[in-house]
Design a protein around this ligand. Structure first.
Ligand code: PLP
Length: 449
């Protein structure tokens, strides 16, 4: 029957027409306003371009070439193929690119067993649930994955979300009331900041990893019923790791709970890849963990909260992104579940990533670069000047090395950098090629003597 419906739609030419612009004065006014806003973004040099990958995610990529400039500029009505605006990176690229800018820390995004698990889940459980969890969107694989996540982190229970952004958006409002307080590191991820905005608790922002400031804020917050300290476990712009031991000591002293976002730690930090709490020996002191399935754990999508059972039970009742959004698709659940199996069997992949991180960090330091953070696969090559970071990243891509430059407002003024992310599936040769390219490009642009 559905075939007939598809034929009927095809017959009507559905989906083949040119886009229709909405008419009317309000639509025209909106278009004008949006175009002017977009031009402002371009003018400010903060346009984020998206390169199109034509292969699987992995250490070696193929990128689409040709077409309009990444910023979408046109010249004489035609795509502008050689746009040199800072927003646009070169479009005439070498065929094979070595990728150093994915969060694919363990290389599981294209792991054959992960892909097979996804295909099996897709075939057995279908494309999706067409439902939220509490109506008719909970399958046995969702429950199995939640149980596995809780076991992996050695916590009582876990709850899945469509993303960690959702997990962060859903936790603070469900947990904290105007009687409570939340104390948040100023450099926490945008999703934590947004999640905190949504809750009615009293808000304190402490200086990045500054324990004196956190203590002062904890003293001030003693008047509230409950205090929750919220921090990223590892910070994605600097590759630095939160001082969790000190945070937990202060939390104990001032009767506070600790929440960590482990997106850049789960699967690879700590002796068994459990995360920052394992690395720093405070697994029994951190109360709540939010993390993602979209980075080291297979890279598909999804997020979760793990912690005390009553908290997870409450989130199932009250957390809005959980209650009002579709269940994770079975294939995505299959990927994450297999990734966790692989990690629980052996920590060899995480160790291989750590060795490669060490190789990159030490060779770059010997070459004369300053790499921020310590031991983390996020390796920010500090350059200071925004233009230097941008032209160097562009030149690296010309040499087949895909890295991204970050400058203000993403990072503070004067702290522009190129962020390199190491994966377990980079070969030693890949790492060495990257260091060689940095050295050549750094000399060419005056970043190295
Ligand atoms: N928290 C941190 C620290 C992140 O880096 C990210 C993703 O960039 C998120 C949360 C959101 O994760 P997800 O992609 O699962 O929504």
């Amino acid at each position: 029957m559905w075939r007939a419906a598809v034929r009927a739609l095809r017959g009507r030419g559905t989906g083949t027409g040119a886009p229709r612009a909405a008419s009317g004065a309000a639509a025209a006014q909106l278009r004008q306003r949006l175009e002017s806003e977009l031009e402002d973004i371009r003018g400010a040099g903060t346009w984020k371009s998206e390169r199109v990958i034509t292969s699987r995610q992995g250490p070696h990529l193929r990128l689409a070439g040709g077409g309009a400039g990444a910023c979408g500029r046109r010249r004489g009505g035609r795509p502008f193929h050689r746009c040199h605006a800072p927003a646009c990176l070169p479009l005439f690229l070498p065929a094979g690119i070595i990728n150093f800018c994915a969060n694919n820390y363990l290389g599981l995004s294209s792991h054959p067993e992960v892909i097979r698990a996804a295909v099996e889940a897709l075939e057995k459980f279908g494309a999706g649930l067409s439902s939220v969890r509490f109506i008719c969107g909970t399958q046995s694989i969702h429950k199995d994955l939640e149980e596995k996540i809780a076991r992996f982190h050695q916590r009582e229970d876990a709850i899945l979300y469509a993303s960690c952004f959702d997990a962060n958006a859903g936790i603070f409002e469900a947990l904290l009331t105007p009687e409570d307080a939340v104390l948040s590191d100023e450099l926490n991820h945008a999703s934590i900041i947004d999640g905190i905005r949504l809750c009615k608790a009293n808000k304190y922002r402490y200086k990045h990893m500054d324990m004196q400031d956190l203590e002062a804020k904890l003293k001030e917050a003693q008047k509230h019923r409950l205090r929750l300290v919220a921090t990223d476990g590892a910070f994605s712009m600097d590759g630095d790791i939160a001082p969790l031991r000190e945070i937990c000591q202060l939390a104990q002293k001032y009767n506070a709970l600790v929440f960590i976002d482990e997106c850049h730690a789960t699967g690879f930090l700590g002796p068994n890849g459990r995360g920052t709490d394992e690395l720093l020996g405070v697994m029994d002191k951190v109360t709540i963990i939010n993390s993602t399935l979209g980075k080291a754990l297979g890279g598909a999508a999804g997020g979760y909260t793990t912690g005390p059972k009553p908290l997870i039970d409450l989130l199932r009742q009250r957390s809005r992104p959980y209650l009002f959004s579709n269940s994770l698709p079975p294939a995505v659940v299959g990927c994450a579940s297999k990734a966790l199996d692989l990690l629980m069997e052996s920590n060899a992949i995480a160790q291989s990533m750590a060795a490669k991180t060490q190789r990159f960090r030490s060779k770059m330091t010997v070459a004369g670069f300053t790499i921020s953070g310590k031991d983390h696969p996020i390796c920010p090559v500090m350059l200071g000047d925004a233009r230097l970071a941008s032209v160097m990243a562009e030149d690296m891509l010309n040499r087949g090395i895909y890295v991204i430059g970050f400058s203000y407002p993403v990072v503070p003024k004067g702290k522009a950098r190129i962020r390199v992310q190491i994966s377990a599936v980079h070969s030693d040769e890949d790492i060495d090629r990257c260091v060689e390219a940095f050295t050549e490009v750094g000399r060419k642009h005056g970043a190295l003597p």
